[in-house]
Every structure is written in C-alpha cells, then in structure tokens.
Ligand binder design. Sequence first.
Ligand code: ACK
Length: 989
Amino acid sequence: MDCKPRAKPILLFILLFILSFIRSALLTIHPSNEVNLLDSKASQGELGWISYPSHGWEEISGVDEHYTPIRTFQVCNVMEYSQNNWLRTNWIPRQSAKKIYVELKFTLRDCNSIPLVLGTCKETFNLLYLETDEDQGSRFREHQFSKIDTIAADESFTQMDLGDRILKLNTEVREVGPLTKKGFYLAFQDVGACVALVSVRVYFKLCPFIVRNLASFPDTVPMDSHSLVEVKGSCVNHSKEQEPPRMYCSTEGEWLVPIGKCLCNVGYEERGSSCQACRAGFYKSLLGNVQCSKCPPHSFTHHEGALHCGCEKNYFRADGDPPSMACTRPPSAPRNVISVINETSVILDWSWPEDTGGRKDVTFTVLCKRCRPGQRVCEACRSNVRFLPRAAGLQNTTVTVGDLLAHTNYTFEIEAQNGVSQLAPTMRQYAAVTITTNQAAPSPVTVIRKDRTSRNSISLSWLEPERPNGIILDYEVKYYQKQEQETSYTILRSKGCNVTLSGLKADTSYLLQIRARTAAGYGASSRSFEFETSPDSFSISSESSQVVLIAISSAAAIILLTVLLYIVIGRFCGYRRSKHPDEKRLHFGNGHLRLPGIRTYVDPHTYEDPSQAVHEFAKELDASCIAIDKVVGAGEFGEVCSGRLRLPSKKENCVAIKTLKAGYTDKQRRDFLSEASIMGQFDHPNIIRLEGVVTRSKPVMIVTEYMENGSLDSFLRTHDGQFTVIQLVGMLRGIASGMKYLSDMGYVHRDLAARNILVNSNLVCKVSDFGLSRVLEDDPEAAYTTTGGKIPIRWTAPEAISYRKFSSASDAWSYGIVMWEVMSYGERPYWEMSNQDVILSIEEGYRLPAPMGCPVVLHQLMLHCWQKERSQRPKFTDVVSFLDKLIRNPSSLLALVEDIQGLAESPGEVVDYPMFISIGDWLDSIKMSQYKSSFVAAGFSTLDSVAQMSIEDVRRIGVVLIGHQRRIVSSIQTLRLQLLHQQEKGFHV
Ligand code: ACK
C-alpha cells in the first residue's frame, strides 16, 4: 500500500486531525512563536494614541502588577448619558501577518459599586479596527472602523479592592483576519463604562525556524484559514537527503507531521541537530544516523571524519572485509603433522594452527616437493601426483597424496591460509614433513588357467599381475574346499607362475585365490577361482591304468619317503627349538603353512651361537661414532640415553642408545643383544629402526632411531584431550601397519601395549621392545600365571594367559587394548581391577567400555579384537585397511558411543557381550561398588534408568572424583549399547 501523504490526502487529514490532539506529546510548540506588532507595555514614553473627544480616554502613567511603569488609558464618564469616547492606536504595519491577535488587559468597574449611576453606567466597551495601506496621521473617521467585538469584563473591581491595591485584571484576546492591507489601526469605543486599559498587545503567530531530522525549516507564517502550510526542509551541513524532508505549519504557529529525513554523510555522526566529524580513533563508513564506531582491533585513525580505519603494521584487510571487521593477519603454521605412508601414497593429517590470524576463512594448501639425495634444493612434484580431495583450498585437516614414486623422498609443505595471506607473502608460514615412500604392492593376478586335472590334483598357471610394481618374490596360493567356506584352508607359495595342488579330494570343488609378493609386501588377492577335481569313476584304459597305478605307487613311495624324512628332520629341529614352544610363526586358522624358505622372521635362539645372529642382522658400530647426550630412561639391562650417531660420510642423526650395565652375565648379554637381532630383521616405517650395535667395546650398546616423544602411554597422558580423532586414528593406523608387517614376517610380539610404542616428533608411532625374554623379565606389567609364565595380563588374550597360545591373533587382542589406551589418552585398562578379576570378568564376557568421546566404529573394532574365538579376531591387514577407510572418510568417525542414536546406522556389527542383571552387578564389574547405595538412594534402581543418566546425574548422586565419573559414564554408554542391542534382539531387561 502506498502511504505517501500526497497520494492520500484523506489519510493525511485524518493524521493531522489525530496529531492535533496529541501534539502536546509529539510536536514541538515553539515558546516564542508569537511576533509582536505592538506592545503598549514596551513603551516607556507617551504612546501618542488619539482620543476623541479629548475629554474621553486619557493617557496615564501607572505600574503593572509587577510594579513596572506602564502607560495606560482610562475613561470613566459613568455619570453622563450618551457617551461615545474613542481611542485610536497609531498605524500598525502588518508585516507578513495574515491574521493578527489582539490581547487586551484591562480593569472594568462594576456599576453596582458606583452610587447614582443607574441608567448611565456601562460595563462593556467595543474593539474596532481599520485597514489602510498607509498611515493616515491624525485623520480619524468613526464610520470607517469595523467592529471586532464587544469586550466585557470577567472580573470587575470595587472601591475596596482599590483601597487594598488589589487589581483584578481582565485579559481578553481576539483574532482579526484575514488582513490584506499594509497596516491597520485599532480603536476602543467607550459608551459609558469605567474602564482602564492597562496594556494592548498585537501579534501574529509564526512557525519558527527549526531543525528536525537533520533538516532545517525556516520561519513560516501560517495561513489565515485552517489549512496548513507545507514547508520543505533543507539538509544540514554534511548530510544528505534520504527522503525529502517536509513539515506542515499550522495556523497556531506549530510544526506538524515531520516527513522524510536527512542522513549524516560517511565520516560524520549526528550530534545535537547537526552532523559532526567522527573523532580520531573512530570511523563511520555508512551514510546514516548511526554513531561513529571505535576503530576495530588492530586498526586506527589519527584524523577526524574517517570513513574507515587503517590497519596496524603486519595486519591487513581482505577485499571483502567490512570496515567493522578487525584487521587480521595470515595464520600460523599447521601443527602436529603426521604422515601415514601406504606404499606409494601418504595420508597427511595435521592440527589447526595455533593462531588463525583472527579469521574464520582458514584453508590449507599442500605443496609437494621431491627431494633427491644429495641435492639441497627440492623440485616440485610431477603433475600426475594425485591429491584427494585436492591440494589447495582444503577445509579439513587431512589430505591423501597418491601416485608418488616408490622409494622416493618427498617433502610436503602444508600452509594454512586465510583471506589476507595473499597480502602478506613474507608472513606466510608452513609446516613441513618429509617422508620416504615404500614400494607399491603388486596388483592382483587376474588371469588363471587350469592346465591339468586329476582325481586328487589340479595344475594351474597364471599371468603375472598387470602392475607388478617391483620384482615378484613369490606367489601365495590359498585354496580350500568350497563347502568348507574357508574354515580350513591351505596355503602354498610358488616362485613361478604355476602350481600343482595335490592331495585333493576327488570330485570336489575347490576355491582358490592367488596374491603376489614383492619387497613392498603382498598385493591384493585375486578374485576366487573355482576348480573341480575329477570324479572317482574317471575311466582310464586297463593298460594305462596299470601305468598310472605303477606311477601312483612309485609317487606314493617317494612321498612317503619324503614325509618320513621331513618328520625326522622336523623332530630334530623341533628339539632344538623346543626351548621356545611359543614359536613366532603365523597361524592360519585350521590351515597349514607349506613351502617355507621365503624371508620370514628368524628366531635368534635357533642359532647355535646367538652372537652370530647379532652380527648377521645388526651392523657393528664404532663407539667413537656415538656421542651420548643424556639419560632418558631406564631399561631392564641398563640406562636408555639420547645421543648422536655420526657415521663416516653420513649426516649426524639423533639416536637412542640402550646400554648394558656393567657386571652382566653371559645370558644377560645374550638376551640384551637378542633384541637387536630381532629388530635388525625388520625394515618398516612403523617399527623402530635399528642403527646398529656396539659389542666389541664396552659398554655394549644397541643404537636405534630417536623417538622424540618417547613412549606412547606417557605421551598421551601428558597430552590428554589434545588430539583430533583423526590424529588418534592416524597413530592407531601406524601401529596396525607395523603389526601387519610383523605378522607377515611371522613374528608374534606378545607384549603389544602403549608403553611399548614409541612416538616421534611427527606423531609417527613405531612398535618397539623386541627382547626375547622381556615379556618375562622386563615388563613391569607382566605377572606370573598359573601355567608359570609371566604375562602382562591386561593386554593378553585369554588363550595366551590360559595355555600360552601366543599368535598374531593374540597380538590382535593386545592391539584392541592399545586402541582403548589411545582413545582414553593413556588410561589404565580395567583401571584398578586386580589381574585375577580381569581374568575372571573377561572369562564371563565383560569387555572394556568405550572411552569417552570414542567413535562407535572404533569401539566396535576393539570389541572385534576381543573376540573370545581367536580366529574371529581381525587380521592386521584388515585393521589397516579399515582404519585407512576411516581416515579417508572422517565422517564415519562422527558417531560417538555417547550418541546412541547413531548406532543403528553405524557400519559394522555390534558385538554381543553379556547383559548385567542388576545395578550391583554392573557397578561391581567396573569396580565402583562403593556407589551402589548412592545410585539407589537417587532413584536409579534399574539398568534402564541408569542408561539414561547424564554426567550431571552422575555428579549429582555424589560421584566426585573425575576418574570415577569418567569410568561410570563410559560404562553407561556401553550399557546403552547393550540395552539397544538386546532390544533389537527382542530381549527385555
Ligand atoms: O617414555 P620415555 O621417555 O620413552 O621413557 C622410556 C625409556 O626410554 C625407557 O624405555 C625411552 N626410549 C626408549 N627407546 C627410545 C627411543 N628410541 N627414542 C626415545 N626414547 C626412547 C622411553
């Protein structure tokens, strides 16, 4: 609706009407909106008015009510009949007045108070006027005057009043208009009253000059009629019209209905009714009647009237930044860069910069440089290096870089950028990480051919993988009967592209998968191929059957002989190894390993002379190349120091030095050095690297790479809550990758725990602690079991505790515990529960609840690692690829265990573990029995009600210790998980 007053005169009229009622509240009435044309009081001398006849009105000097001298006129011919006394003012110029007001102040005597005047005395007089264009001097003609009104008194006075000098003054005002001539006279006609004219004031009304809404409106004379005068305002200095300013001048000399307004220019603010320049240190960038604002942080102005503030040194404003925004600067470098190398790709992950420069628009750019050995300057990477999701403008703190060259050094410079980075090229900072890629594993075998089939053997051949990515060391052929569904399988290794599977059942379907192995490890398995052996009734001619029979019998004899030989040799070797029944070899479920001879871990104890093993796997270092700086810890055999290793023609490296304390026995020396013999066999970015040993001088030393952040458990405890989930997963991925390598090598660690993981400055985690006897001796966590072994109970799988069945699957259990340690920032597994209670509750099915803030998927992976049936635990290769998927798809980590709603959709399976029956059982299981009565007293008497509890509830019922609160809350989360799972299965609690 168009509400402009011009367009809707009726509306305006109504508005004016209403406004006229409320004008005292809304409108300003100028106190001096009356302009005098005549004021008799102002004249000190004679007024010189004409009296006719001369004995009528007479001019007298007197005083007013404030005793100010005034000129008055009196007449009091009350005793005589036919009075007609005139008093005429001087000629009064009209000026701009259209309508005038005549204000008379007078006293009039009450006829009753004068004796003997009955019939002649009057109590009124007449007011008249005459308009002329010029002063007519003393010329006076009665009939030319027009009567304005008869004036009567409201009050009269008596003798007594006069005696008391009390004046009863009447005031009467009359309007006269419209006036058209240049001037006028007023006349007072007395017809027999006793009247004293104390003062005469003639004025007109004016709408006076005013500034309203920053527009000035000049003095305006109102109309003589009741219509309003529309007046246009002009904007005050330093302001601009927003909407044309207008007002209306009423006949009463009042300004009505302000419309439109002016706005102060930029750099100026409204002060009083003018626009004033902003003071120094303030600015105004917008047109409008807002106040000047203080310069935002890191900006200033030294002059007045500023439109915006300039930035301090080293602070900037980006193009789109509003003047109200603080000046900002480029962010500091990203922190805690970690790299997870996967063959020829690397996942980089980092933390947000400490200082974002004061901006929210931080993105990250990753620059890839390839560094050749010996060259000081690195060159930009080839353009075919792939960045996922991209190299520049990253909003998340992770990127995957693929298609790198194998065995090549790369440096990645990760720069945090914001909207002002371009403006300050010299202030830009980046974090750099240098990595060396591994070799890419071979691609899968895709073409397999069946060459020959018999009743119990199949000969196959295949083509080399399309991308071998290195020299193929051998192929692994895994096969099993189709109907047995992989529960029992056999693995063969073949150096060439063919193999014969023998000892098969006749007329049976077999499924088979092949994978190639290079120095980079195994490639992905081929898809499953299906083959069938020939049926029993396979018909052959009697002649040939004899030949076949002879051939079979001779083959059987040869096989029998071979088997016998194998058993004899095996026994002999077995005897030598029987000192270590927990042989560190891969276990393949029910399957069996054949064709050894490829590079696997060699147990140093199988050597006649263990020092021979040391020299085979560890480099002897000259003690003069090693400088010890300080002691960083204590090991079982002596001190652990940090220092530097400078090998001839190599650059100096920081190293850790484990020393063997003086006075050792031969056995201690052997055990000490066995760790080097084991470590020296490994070469993996997530396994602590052996630099060498010193055995030819004293002290005997083992020198390894230096890990700046020490052991993982204490590192996490001192950085509680400081990492992103992705960073924690990156660490776990590194550990899993190291463990995959160890399990592929056939090495079972047996003491995998956060205390045995070391962390370097890039947050890369490496598996360490490989001593043979260390599980028995070195580890303070190890305790004697009923079977006599010394075992770190909290980290060890039940079958290893019960009957010393150590395997990569028992390492997987320990890995689950390490996951729990990492996600809880170094919390002690099972808290203060005794070892015996841990064993019992694990046996009863209890599993550690998810630590606070732990993503559902990670807790499920933990639970998967803690499957009672060891064949059902994940292989490390599966763990690595699962964690890689999580890192690539961080949104999968968003659902926390607290976030119970997310569970239904979360990937993976909820592992089944037992339900508690009562609050007491539940609290007992987490060693929090002391709170039983607190729970019950607060009304939490069912598991359902406990599952609804928040951390506030836990605090409210009186759990004060933070550690206890944490334990109870994380256990409540697990309880919810269980309840949900039980409900899904239709159980009622
Ligand atoms: O937690 P830490 O500082 O890290 O204390 C233990 C201590 O020696 C006894 O094992 C530290 N340590 C062991 N190996 C290394 C290494 N390669 N680099 C740095 N510190 C190490 C460990």
